[in-house]
Design a protein. Structure first.
Lengths: 224, 416
């Protein structure tokens, strides 16, 4: 999957492209409006990540160019402004999703994957990891061909791990992914733990292996 | 506190009262001196007239008690002597004051003692008359002053009161505020201009302050996302020691916490700056059940029971995001501060939303909880912004919110 990241903060750009590259994506970067125009005119991308605040132009103006040159690309807007105005305008102009700084890289990755699934669902609506298959259309999970009876939150957590496989996922990032702003009200880490315990148990019942590893004090990692 | 008019009236009163008292006293003294000398003159004239009569005709005229002439053989000559006396008037049957002249004279070799009396105006009558006249003049003056003042001051001060009325409507949120009238009076025009400068200053300070929170939180977000993403990448390193990863993780947790704080502050500033104008018809019950679902783990964990009771469908016109946030904060707080195995009751009706839960009694006034960054317990890891956000949302829509505590029962009512 080919991705263009348009972001003026160099450090953030590096962190984003580093994370996504490790997830097997092909990342190109542009740190100015000018460079972005260049890349957009020259190449085709599957996903474009666009920061609205650029030093030499308003990111919103790039959207029309994207729609013109890369009409098939999924567009994810990143903004520090967190203003509904921008969000509405961006989505009106044809952006597919919106994420506010600061975000967890795992969350960014999850949004990109879900965007990709929605945009190019030709054959790609199934996510597979060994014996585990997730059908993101019907929201069903099968282990060794047998369906798992997961709650909505368990499904979301498992999907989050599958998308961010082989990476350490912090409990903070899971909590925000599942509960959003509601995560400030309770000690969610215990709830995450019990959800994960349930997922493990349910996968085990279908003779699946445990890919969810505890990373002590930090979170979890979904890997072989 | 007294009114300006009252104060001037009081000053007028004290001043004129003392002036009139002095004037009365002086009148009294001058008049009595004048009368006395007049009377003395009259007595002396009468005496001269008597002497002349005796000299010419030898007739000794007596008219007691007014005139008494006695022939006394051995009499040492005395000078004319004036004095006051009181005699009993038999006809009027009362004591009457007299002025009397005592003198001696030698006529045709005979010694006469002459006493001439004349009734005196009673001092008390005299005093009373003066007090009455000055008093009534004083009262008349005072009354006319009072009415003139009252009428005049109402007229003179009318621009002042209209400035005051306008000023009472001042709110720093109304950026176009300016006082208009000064009634063409220089002092009030000066007051008006000064107040306009002052309010303009307050308005601009308020705007700057409002923008400041928003700008500051906004500016924090980008560097914060760099910190957060770098730490997140660092956590991925395979060869970290346990100490290293614990340190990285605590730095990461702090950055996440800071991110949540700036997000809340930014949110609060945005509500204040009315940046959520979109509104639509919302079914409150749907939002509440969504939120209950999001909190399901916490509810189950504390063995709480949440009951919704609704008389009629509660729909309102508002921003979805803000309404969700309101419910989220109120429900989240109720869950967080409930006793284990207790119950939370939600009552919905067209026009109000009531949520009550059982928790430890408050140590402070409920109103304080709506203050920014106020935390009921310092150990709490919340920022103390939740109820401030709720308050701002209510302000934005002119909803009325109240918080009451009765023993352990905490109730929050929002009236739409």
């Amino acid at each position: 999957m080919k991705i263009l990241i348009i972001e003026d903060e160099k450090d953030l750009l590096e962190a984003m492209s580093g994370y996504l590259t490790l997830q097997g994506m092909l990342c190109e970067t542009a740190s100015t409006f000018f460079k972005a125009e260049d890349s957009l005119s020259a190449y085709n991308y599957d996903i474009i990540i666009l920061d609205l605040t650029l030093p030499d132009g308003n990111g919103l103006d790039l959207i029309s160019l994207i729609k013109e040159k890369n009409s098939k690309a999924g567009l994810l807007i990143v903004s520090a402004r967190n203003s509904l105005d921008d969000k509405v305008k961006g989505l009106d102009l044809g952006a597919d999703d919106y994420i506010t700084k600061p975000f967890h890289l795992a969350e960014l990755n999850s949004r990109i994957r879900s965007l990709a699934r929605r945009r190019f669902f030709e054959g790609k609506k199934e996510l597979t990891f060994n014996e585990i298959v997730i059908d993101t259309d019907s929201l069903e999970v099968a282990v060794n061909g047998e369906f798992l009876d997961l709650t909505r939150k368990e499904y979301d957590i498992l999907l989050y791990f599958m998308v961010n496989r082989n990476r350490v996922i912090t409990r903070e990032s899971i909590a925000e992914h599942i509960w959003g702003d509601n995560s400030t009200f309770a000690d969610n880490f215990d709830f995450i733990y019990s959800h994960i315990k349930n997922i493990r148990k349910k996968i085990e019942q279908k003779k699946g292996r445990n890919y969810l590893h505890n990373i002590y004090g930090i979170g979890y990692k979904f890997s072989e | 506190m007294m009114k300006l008019l009252q104060k001037t009236n009081r000053a007028y009163f004290i001043l004129s009262a003392s002036a009139f008292a002095v004037a009365g006293l002086v009148t009294y003294l001058v008049l009595s001196l004048f009368l006395e000398s007049q009377l003395n003159e009259k007595l002396s004239d009468t005496k001269d007239h008597l002497i002349k009569t005796i000299e010419l005709s030898g007739v000794v005229y007596n008219d007691p008690p007014y005139i008494e002439v006695k022939e006394e053989p051995a009499l040492s000559e005395i000078k004319d002597f004036y004095s006051d006396t009181i005699l009993f008037d038999t006809s009027e049957k009362e004591s009457v004051p007299f002025r009397l002249l005592t003198g001696t004279t030698l006529i045709n070799g005979k010694n006469y003692k002459i006493i001439i009396r004349n009734t005196l105006i009673e001092k008390s009558d005299f005093l009373l008359t003066i007090i009455l006249t000055t008093g009534s003049v004083f009262l008349l003056l005072l009354l006319s002053l009072y009415f003139i003042n009252k009428k005049l001051s109402r007229k003179i001060w009318s621009p002042f009161y209209s400035i005051l009325d306008e000023l009472k409507k001042f709110s720093p949120e109304n950026a176009s505020f300016a006082l208009m009238t000064s009634g063409g009076i220089e002092e009030f025009e000066e007051l008006r201009l000064t107040l306009n400068k002052l309010t303009a200053r307050v308005i601009s300070d308020y705007q700057v302050l409002k923008r400041f929170t928003e700008d500051a939180s906004h500016e924090i977000q980008t560097p914060l996302s760099i910190v957060q993403s770098k730490l997140e990448s660092l956590i991925q390193e395979p060869d970290l020691t346990e100490v290293q990863s614990a340190q990285i993780h605590s730095a990461y947790s702090a950055s996440v916490r800071l991110a949540k704080l700036t997000r809340s502050m930014l949110f609060l500033a945005r509500i204040e700056n009315r940046q959520y104008p979109e509104s639509e018809k919302i079914d409150l019950e749907t939002i509440i059940s969504n939120q209950i679902d999001l909190f399901s783990e916490a509810i189950r964990d504390k063995l709480l029971s949440v009951g919704i009771h609704s008389d009629s469908a509660c729909s309102l016109n508002a921003n979805v995001f803000l309404t969700e946030s309101l419910v989220q904060n109120l429900l989240g707080n109720a869950i967080k501060h409930s006793f284990r195995s207790s119950s939370i009751a939600i009552e919905l009706s067209q026009g109000s939303f009531i949520i009550s839960n059982n928790g430890a009694p408050l140590q402070v006034e409920p109103k304080k909880l709506f203050d920014r960054f106020y935390k009921a317990s310092s150990s709490s890891d919340s920022f103390g912004l939740g109820l401030s956000i709720v308050m701002e949302i209510c302000k934005a829509y002119n909803w009325h919110i109240s918080y009451t505590v009765e023993k352990n029962l905490h109730t929050i009512t929002v009236k739409f």
